[in-house]
Design a protein around this ligand. Sequence first.
Ligand SMILES: Nc1ncnc2c1ncn2[C@@H]1O[C@H](COP(=O)(O)OP(=O)(O)O)[C@@H](O)[C@H]1O
Ligand SMILES: [Mg+2]
Length: 265
Amino acid sequence: MSQPKLSFQPKLSFQNVSRRFGEGDKSFLALDRLNLDIADGEFVTVVGPSGCGKSTAMNIAAGLMDVSDGKVLVDGRPVSGPGPERGVIFQQYALFPWLTVRQNVEFGLRIKGLPASERRRISDHFIGLVGLRDFADALPKTLSGGMKQRCAIARAYAVDPTMLLMDEPFGALDALTRVHMQDQLLDTWSRERRTVFFITHDVDEAVYLANRVIVMAARPGRLHKIIPVNLPAERNEDVRLSKEFTEIRNQVWHSVYHQKPQVEA
Ligand SMILES: Nc1ncnc2c1ncn2[C@@H]1O[C@H](COP(=O)(O)OP(=O)(O)O)[C@@H](O)[C@H]1O
Ligand SMILES: [Mg+2]
């Protein structure tokens, strides 16, 4: 995993982003002045206690939620809604149940107006990449949870987004499938370089995948700490079992689970 290339303009930039839910006394500050720049081609993971505003931050970057204050820029332009350059993957497999794996993967390509032969070429590539070649004509209800999620990932990759926004995408998978999916994601990321913003509650996953781990804190939701992951570029089992990995994992664990409470101003 090489260092992200230096660029003057961040790919994704949160500038003093706040989000409040509700009105008056009952209102709740879900995100308090988040400032964060993510470089082009960088893989960042986001961890923090439940309710610290991780999903809120991602939904704002995805253009699915408004800010209360501040702004989010993608490639220097303010986000005003969803865009094809941002692929979004949620924990629940948001597949169209009446479409086959291939039709799901080709959905965005149809909207783009690509001809059938081109759609087929692209869907073949990504269905193969996530290991679903034998299930291309299957309906989602016949697939396991892990397979559905791999289909959702293939669909997100297929439209060729320059950025992936992923909210606990492997949360529902069993441990073994999860490790396999992590390696597949890293493999894809290193071959078809994209910027990734990846939320997880799994500290090991956060360290294994990332260039930097963003630790958030709750009440109010805010940036707590940024921990660089100086591990070898190629992540594998040796890295996962190394002393260096354990040291960073412990550092992240400590900053997630031993946060001092802060009263909302
Ligand atoms: N639509 C909403 N209306 C009211 N409160 C919300 C809404 N969405 C999120 N919240 C609150 O904002 C806080 C942050 O939520 P969220 O971003 O989902 O946290 P996380 O993903 O880190 O667990 C939580 O306390 C949650 O209850
Ligand atoms: Mg969440």
